[in-house]
Design a protein around this ligand. Structure first.
Ligand code: CTP
Length: 477
């Protein structure tokens, strides 16, 4: 494995090297930067460790770069940062750290480069590159991190129980790196996680969610979720998902294991879409199956209404995960609520009105919904998968035809709530919604034409049925 620095990286590293030399201190590039360079992955930060003051080194480096960049100092942490347009330089003095049991905030003391490497999370993240003139470019690798990188292994430099106990977030990081890089977690390292899984509780939810989202955005997220489950970490922060695991059997009727089904849906979807929120929808699409599971004699297991209950749970789950509660949450909620609709269409005669409804309800998110539905076809029975996929294609074709003809997307029913209120001289109230829905339903069901006059007449009829009378002022001539 060789390191190919870009010209820009090389120039910057030489500036750091000269600055360190002039301060008579040793400096090293370390951590994620070295790992990613060796793996030929993209990296946007360069982490520098020096045996001395990181802040002084950052100041010196900034003086040498033209035009002089701003240096951000974090005195409490003894770190400094120079943010250039294309790259970030992070500086820190080599440290020896020890941790208190109730916090991941370390007590920090100055240390040697070996001390600094010792306190890092994994051997592949503990590699350093010498930046002093005589040894420029030499790898400092006390834990055989290079071999682990070559062999695809995640391993802690010290006893894993110490490394994880010092900073429990590292248990998640181990799984995140294993998923992102498709590496194996060395057995002792993995086995140390479960006994410490509850220590995750001292970690802020934002940090946990950040790692989880990185797992979700990996090429094959199921790798991470299976590891999280097996290490019992998922149990600490995502019990709803753990409940999906397992199969109930009664009178010889079983059902699929919804945990592995969900992961298959997530992997299928991840082959087609990088959208984090659609991936979250895949994770949550069946989340309420355990809560709605019933056994019907002579028929087997049912999960009636799981899409409705699941959609209702989305805000509470998003809020707990500190995920955004805006349109993104609403999008996930909509996907969960609608995930059965296109597939259920394939089981009956597909009427135009059913197609118009799904186009109306999914609106701008129709493509996403169809991607989720396709990913949701996971039967072991190849013939069944083929049949479902063909049916879904048919639905797609019908959607195209109906949309070309009826233009349901972004469609607004021709009668507004304001017109209903002024016609009947009423304030915002339940009858306004009843009349609006009746008009929308009649148009989507093809009972009246999609035009103002027909809708207006229906509004008058419905109003009368509800005992409302029209005001003269707004009666339509
Ligand atoms: N590190 C650690 N323990 C942590 C977090 C970080 O020991 N809980 C060390 C590792 O040596 C890591 C370095 O600090 O390589 C930089 O951390 P960070 O920037 O968070 O992660 P990267 O390893 O650079 O990876 P990524 O950018 O993918 O998060």
């Amino acid at each position: 494995m060789t390191i190919d620095f870009t010209k820009r990286e090389q120039d910057l590293l030489h500036i750091v090297a000269q600055s360190a030399e002039s301060l008579h201190i040793e400096a090293f590039a370390v951590g994620g930067f070295v790992r990613d360079k060796l793996l030929k992955r993209n990296c946007k930060d360069i982490d520098i460790v020096c045996v001395g003051s990181g802040i002084e080194l950052a100041k010196k480096v900034a003086e040498t770069i033209q035009p002089k960049p701003h240096v951000a100092y974090f005195k409490n942490f003894g770190t400094a940062q120079i943010r250039l347009d294309d790259i970030e330089l992070e500086f820190v003095g080599a440290r020896k750290e020890s941790y208190r049991r109730d916090s991941r905030k370390p007590i920090v003391e100055d240390g040697t480069i070996e001390d600094d490497q010792n306190r890092r999370d994994f051997t592949i993240n503990a590699l350093a590159i010498h930046l002093s003139a005589k040894k420029f470019g030499t790898l400092v690798d006390p834990f055989n991190g290079l071999d682990d990188l070559k062999n695809g292994i995640i391993r802690t430099p010290l006893n894993p129980s110490i490394t994880f106990d010092d900073d429990p977030l590292r248990m998640l990081r181990a799984i995140r790196f294993a998923t992102q890089l498709n590496f194996k977690i060395e057995t002792n390292t993995f086995n140390a996680i479960e006994p410490l899984s509850n220590r995750l509780k001292i970690i802020s939810q934002e940090r946990i969610t950040d790692e989880l989202n990185k797992i979700i955005l990996s090429k094959k997220p199921s790798i991470g979720f299976k590891l999280l489950f097996n290490a019992k970490l998922l149990h600490v922060f995502f019990p709803e998902m753990v409940k999906l695991h397992g199969v109930a059997v009664q009178d010889n009727y079983g059902h699929k294991d919804n945990f592995y089904h969900t992961l298959k849906v997530l992997d299928n979807l991840s082959e087609k879409s990088n959208d984090l929120w659609l991936r979250w929808a895949a994770i949550l699409h069946d989340i309420a199956k355990p809560a709605t599971q019933r056994f019907e004699e002579g028929h087997g297991w049912t999960f009636h209404g799981h899409e409705v209950v699941g959609a209702r749970w989305v805000p509470k789950i998003f809020s707990r995960f500190k995920l955004p509660l805006d349109d993104k949450m609403k999008f996930v909620q909509k996907m969960v609520a609608l995930h059965l609709r296109p597939i259920s269409l394939t089981k009956e005669n597909i009427t135009d009105s059913a197609i118009r409804r799904i186009i109306f309800d999914a609106d701008d998110d129709l493509e996403s919904l169809l991607l989720l539905c396709e990913a949701d076809i996971t039967s072991k029975n190849e013939a069944k998968v083929k049949r479902y996929k063909e049916n879904l294609k048919l639905v797609l074709q019908r959607i195209k035809e109906v949309e070309e003809r009826d233009h349901i997307r972004n469609w607004q029913p021709p009668i507004s709530g304001d017109l209903i209120m002024s016609t009947f001289n009423i304030t915002p109230s339940k009858p306004v919604g009843i009349i609006k829905d009746a008009i929308k339903d009649a148009i989507l069901d093809g009972q009246i034409k999609n035009e103002f006059d027909a809708a207006y007449q229906l509004m008058l009829k419905k109003g009368m049925e509800l005992g409302l009378s029209t005001t003269n002022k707004s009666t339509h001539e």
